[in-house]
Each structure stands twice: as C-alpha cells, then as structure tokens.
Design a protein around this ligand. Structure first.
Ligand code: 1GP
Length: 236
C-alpha cells in the first residue's frame, strides 16, 4: 500500500516518450519511492499499458496520473486524479472527474484513488494552456494551498512548474502554510543542486524530463533528495 506522506522522490515517466530498457531498469531500481506514469499529450491506453507492463517487472510502486479517461488501465498501485485549482474552466476542477465517476463508479476502488490539488505555475507549460489556467500571484498560491488543506482537505498540493525551474522562495512559503496536505514540487529539475534545493522545501520532489535528457543526473537526484530529507528531518 502506498503512503504519499512518506515519499520523498518520484520519477514521472511520460508514456508518449521512448525510454530504453536499460534506463527504465535504472529508474525502477534507483530507490525512488514511486514511478508515476503521466503526461499531457499523446497519452493512450496502448502506450500507458505498454509502459505499465515494463515497470511492473520491477519491485517499485507504480501509479497512474490520470489525464485522459480513455487511457485508464487496471492494476496500478494507485490512481492520482489531478484537480486544477487555478484553471479558469470548471471542467478541469470538477467536470472531467464527475464524468469519470458517473461512467466508471462500479469499477473504482476508492482506496486506490488520491486527488492532487494542482497549481500550475508555468504559463509556457502545455498543461497550463490545455487546462486554461490563469497565472496566480504569491497571495493566490498561498490561498490555493490553504483551500487545498482546509476547505477541500486534499491529500496533495502539487506546485507544477513543468518544464521550468520554479521559485524556491514561494515553495518554502507554501510549505510553511501546509501541515496535513503533502506538498509536491515538480518542474525543471535538471541538476542535482536543484533537486536538493527543492527537497529542502517540498515534501516530495518529482523528476520528469531530465530522465530523457540526462539519465545520470536523473538517477543522482534520488540519493540527493533522500539525503537532504534525512538531514533536514523533512522540509525546512
Ligand atoms: C511534470 O512536474 C513534473 O508534470 C516534472 O516536471 O518534466 O519539468 O521535470 P519536469
């Protein structure tokens, strides 16, 4: 059984990208807390299940971040459901989830599901445009974080900078207002130093694109993040 509040490090694999067997093995046996399968475009049932089968060969927690109902497959350890808090379109907060529950409620095992309150902070990111986000300022972000924790009681608040490195000061400010909700940081980590910097602030650090750009750096982030958390006894 997974428990995200105990995680430090996650690799996010994009089913629409190619990864060699050697790199996949190194990712899955790296000591990361979980491999998350998820992406914004070109996610299909075929490429999700293909990657899932390959990851299942290893003893690592494998979760699906659901972005398209057509691409949901059975037998993941958990299903993470994004709810985009700074979308201007209610569709991405409630309607896609509503439609999915209406259609599939008989097949859903509720204990395997986790809702992520997403705050998308990079206007250049595909997910920002796809989900019609507006760019929140510092006060807005803190308010979304508080809503996630106190109004919606979401297990996860995800600061998503996908493709660009975020603002460590803002991540720290958000960390300081969250007590129960797990703070996940993702976006633009391309060096070990950046992974360490965000690990000192967020609860969980997500490593995405660098897997495909520089596998050695990606692999080094595991130990770097884990030792930062151990030293700090969690977020600073
Ligand atoms: C994307 O937050 C993840 O959803 C990771 O971002 O690909 O920029 O590392 P990067």
């Amino acid at each position: 059984m997974y428990n995200i509040s105990k995680w430090d490090h996650v690799f996010k694999l994009d089913p629409n990208k190619t990864i060699s067997e050697k790199d996949l093995k190194d990712i899955c046996t790296s000591g990361t807390d979980a491999v998350m399968i998820g992406g914004t475009d070109g996610v299909t049932f075929e490429n999700v299940t293909d990657l899932q089968e390959r990851v299942e060969a290893y003893n690592v927690t494998c979760v699906l971040e659901v972005s398209d109902m057509e691409a949901v497959a059975p037998d993941f350890d958990a299903y993470f459901i994004p709810m985009v808090l700074n979308s201007e379109d209610k569709k991405w907060m409630l309607d896609v989830q509503h439609q999915a529950v209406k259609e599939y409620s008989d097949m859903i095992n509720w204990t395997d599901m986790l809702t992520e309150g997403y705050c998308v902070l990079n206007p250049e990111a595909k997910v920002f445009q796809k989900t019609s986000c507006s760019l929140p300022d510092q006060a807005d972000v803190l308010a979304y974080a508080r809503m996630a924790e106190h109004l919606f009681r979401l297990p996860v608040f995800y600061m998503e900078y996908s493709g660009t490195y975020g603002d460590p000061t803002l991540v720290k400010e958000v960390a300081d207002v969250l007590e129960e909700t797990t703070l996940v940081y993702g976006g633009g980590i391309r060096t070990v130093q950046q992974a360490v910097e965000m690990a000192a602030k967020a609860d969980v650090v997500v490593i995405g694109n660098v897997i495909y750009e520089d596998i050695q750096v990606a692999l080094q982030t595991v130990e770097a993040v884990k030792s930062t958390k151990k030293k700090d006894g969690g977020r600073s």
